[in-house]
Design a protein around this ligand. Sequence first.
Ligand SMILES: [Ca+2]
Ligand SMILES: [Ca+2]
Ligand SMILES: [Ca+2]
Ligand SMILES: [Ca+2]
Length: 480
Amino acid sequence: MSKLQKNKNKNWLVAVLALLIFLALGFGPARVELSAQKKKTDKRISALYNKNQKKATPLSSQAERKEAIRRIKAMSLSQTGGTGDKYSREKVLVKFKPGLTTQSADSLLKAYQAESYHLIPKINVYVVRIEDGVSVEDTLSALKVNPDVLYAGPDYKLRLCATPNDQLFSYQYALSNPGGVLLIPGSPTGKPQADIKATGAWDYAKGDPNVLIAVLDTGIDYTHPELVNQVIDHGKDFVNDDNEAYDDVWHGTHVAGIIAAQTNNSAGIAGVAWNCRLLAGKIIGAEGEGDYSDLIEALIWAADYTNGAAKVGVINMSIGGTEPDEFLEEALQYAYNKGIVLVAAAGNDGSQGVYYPAAYDNYCLAVGATDYNDQIADFSNYGPEMDVAAPGVGIISTYPVALTDPGYLPYAFADGTSMAAPHVAGLAALIKSVKPWLYPGDIMKIIKYSPDDVDSTGWDDYSGYGRLNAKRALAPYVLK
Ligand SMILES: [Ca+2]
Ligand SMILES: [Ca+2]
Ligand SMILES: [Ca+2]
Ligand SMILES: [Ca+2]
């Protein structure tokens, strides 16, 4: 008997023993069936979202599928924040002509009913707070006719130039967390700035349309109003073997929206990588599971894909399986060597053991999930392969139009490391857009070494290097 044959027999014996123990422990027929399936040479992968603790139950019925996510109803959305005023109603800015003494300036300002004021040194501009009931306009017209005044003007409101105008942006604490009561299911209280600093990052990059993010998942609803202009074509369906990677679940559509929903279009949500485009590879079927072989094939396809000047820069895998596989590793290496950044979800069992492909340290970033308080989500898997964490609790994103009930908007909230990984993929695409010469290993390092430390001090098993900080990853490095 050859050594290989011996090992095979040994493996078989272990499998039978495991099955017997399984049965002895009283697992029902459904579990036996599942374990029998494992013996197939083609290993199974699944989508990594929170299935409401029913982890062994595939989401077979429409009702169960809806139960796993929470939806928002269409309603009037006036929560845009701020007063909408162009300038402050309480303050004006004044600069006097050179030569006017401080005492003269003081008495002059008091004459204009200034409640208080202070001087900005170097440029000699007074910030003047006016009394209640006195209008900014009246104060300014009076100041402007005073011969001692060089300039008087309103104190204009500062707005981040990169804050998008998307209707549902205020629901996206993951991108910009204001703290206080959040507009997500359960209305929890969030910690200010427990977010990925997306608005700060957008000052440096909004994405290049020729940088594609391949979403290897359940497909994408490419008819969705927020995605129709973001997908480069209808992708490839490795489950049904056709060129329509349409999403009949919801998972891939949700992931795609987080990465690159159409942004600053006054509608829907904002994506992390505004101007990058999406490519769908459908590897998970309607039942929420798929085969390693489809993932492997999709990795090679995505790595080789080109369309004009566009090619894949990042691959997002919000999917995974518990088994390592050398062919999978080889496919990851192939994509990595083509300059592609690979991002994968860590898994949702809340236990030790990072899923594959995330666990492949050499090629993949393993992503865990945090919440609105920068706490690690209880479902997030952990282990020595962890790299970073990103928000993955109460994440709003796009939902297939065909699956949306009348009266609801095609958006939904979902939980999972599946929702965390696409934030990282979006950042990788932004970095790739502004620094196309960087190797995947360089981009992985930038993403790993720029987060905000969360959980226990320093690198830890749960969050890796910490919660993603997109602004720090993109800001020019300043020598001190
Ligand atoms: Ca299809
Ligand atoms: Ca939008
Ligand atoms: Ca790793
Ligand atoms: Ca830490």
